[in-house]
Design a binder for this molecule. Structure first.
Ligand code: FAD
Length: 407
């Protein structure tokens, strides 16, 4: 019976990044098997993030912007920083990440292997898939958990970032290609109308904070997303109508939808419901990689995979690194509680951050690499009363239901 050193369950962003980091370190010491349920890789998502450090997949980045903006109440906060906002297509990431694995004799990827059960024994773990049974000393599990079914006890907050994106090609020029629209809350106003008009939700509260996100590739091509921060996902028709209304508003004229994406990411103070055991650890979104206040995960996965590869090569299985510093976790928990308690102020709070804070300081803050000076710069942009109350008395006014949002 072959016993692998490590079996990685799921070869998506986290699994492939970890193995690439191992290969880059010389790979000779450990034999790793990756079990992935899909039988082929497609362009199933796009990643965007600020390049606060060099990652292994720089060569796969297709677009870079150094300007971004936030729109609120008819005003626009334009930001320009030294960090670039990068756009990486999954198809390019997979191509780059798979090449060294296919050349390696120690790292084996098996596609079409849907993991059914994982049995942990005293000195090994046994994995059963439809194709067979595999044994290893350790397991790193990156299979997604269900973010939408979590038991939440206050003062924890478990929100979701949920979005639908269309890559559109228009006939007439209507996008400003050198600036990303990170959050257009004015575009969120249409979402409120659509939501109210939807028969199912008559008189119900608006479940979250909607906005439009635009990644412009040229004056006639962009990825436009209907994005919501809130406790639950919506019917697909609501995102679609939101996108249609926004495109109408910016007067695109006729357009073709060339690609679509949909995602649900956790924005949560519950890092993961999967407890590590002696021989099984979780990595990627399943391990709590999504930043609680934003849902961004790509860069955190890169950083974590680098640390983990170093530790695995040193045989330090027990010292699995945390994704985010205790300081970030505390600040994010406070921010999420403030949003949950005061959703109608959400747009204004984001606006204040992007309008007042220096762009580089804010980006470092979002990337969990803020200095004390950055921290001061960012936190002093926010109304102190709201935040002090939530950080000092997190249980003070936990509401059972989300407040109705008037946009
Ligand atoms: C549409 C979308 C857009 C996103 N955009 C951004 C962004 O712009 N910026 C950002 O920072 N983050 C973004 N994210 C969040 C995050 O970076 C990604 O979700 C990222 O892919 C997470 O990596 P992961 O390895 O944890 O999960 P995945 O990449 O989803 O990998 C998990 C793997 O496990 C496999 N698997 C599942 N079940 C089984 C099973 N039973 N057996 C074997 N294999 C299994 C899956 O097929 C998959 O390959 C986005 C997410 C989505 C869905």
């Amino acid at each position: 019976m072959q016993v692998w050193d490590v079996i990685v369950l799921g070869a998506g962003c986290a699994g492939l990044t970890l193995v690439n980091e191992m290969i880059a370190r010389g790979e000779a010491q450990l034999k790793i098997l990756l079990l992935e349920e899909r039988s082929e890789y497609t362009n199933d998502r796009t990643w965007c993030f600020w390049n606060t450090f060099n990652h292994r997949f720089e060569n796969a980045v297709s677009y870079r912007w150094s300007r971004w903006s936030v729109h609120y109440a008819g005003e626009v906060a334009h930001c320009r920083g030294t960090y670039q906002y990068q756009y990486l297509r999954a198809e390019h990431f997979y191509r780059l990440a798979l090449a060294p694995i296919y050349c390696s004799s120690k790292m084996i990827l098996r596609l079409g292997e849907q993991v059914q059960t994982v049995q942990e024994g005293e000195d090994h773990v046994r994995i059963h898939t439809h194709q067979g049974t595999y044994t290893s000393r350790y397991v790193i599990d990156t299979r997604p958990t269900d973010h939408q079914r979590r038991k939440v006890v206050p003062p924890n907050v478990h929100w979701l970032q949920h979005f639908m994106g269309w890559k559109v090609k228009t006939k007439q020029a209507c996008f400003q290609s050198n600036e990303v629209t990170l959050m257009d809350f004015d575009g969120g106003r249409e979402a409120a109308e659509i939501h109210r008009a939807s028969s199912k939700y008559i008189d119900g509260p608006l479940p979250g904070i909607p906005f439009i996100y635009v990644l412009p590739f040229s004056s006639t091509e962009a990825l436009v997303e209907s994005t919501w921060f809130g406790p639950k996902t919506l019917e697909k028709s609501i995102y679609q109508e939101h996108l249609q209304k926004y495109l109408q508003k910016i007067e695109t004229g006729t357009y073709d939808i060339t690609e679509q994406e949909y995602g649900v990411l956790p924005m949560s103070t519950l890092s993961t419901n999967m407890q590590p055991t002696r021989r099984i650890r979780h990595l990627g979104l399943a391990g709590g990689a999504a930043r609680p206040s934003t849902g961004y995960a790509f860069l955190a996965i890169q950083r974590q995979a680098q640390k983990l590869a170093d530790q695995l090569l040193r045989g330090e299985w027990d010292r699995f690194p945390n994704y985010y510093s205790a300081r970030s976790q505390l600040l994010d928990a406070t921010f999420l509680r403030v949003l949950q308690e005061n959703p109608r102020r959400g747009p204004e709070l984001f606006w204040r951050l992007f309008r007042c804070a220096k762009p580089d300081a804010l980006v470092r803050f979002l990337a969990d690499t803020a200095s004390l000076k950055d921290l001061w710069e960012v936190t002093t942009c926010l109304p102190p009363g709201l935040f002090l109350k939530q950080s000092l008395f997190p249980n003070f006014s936990q509401k059972k239901e989300i407040e109705t949002i008037q946009i």
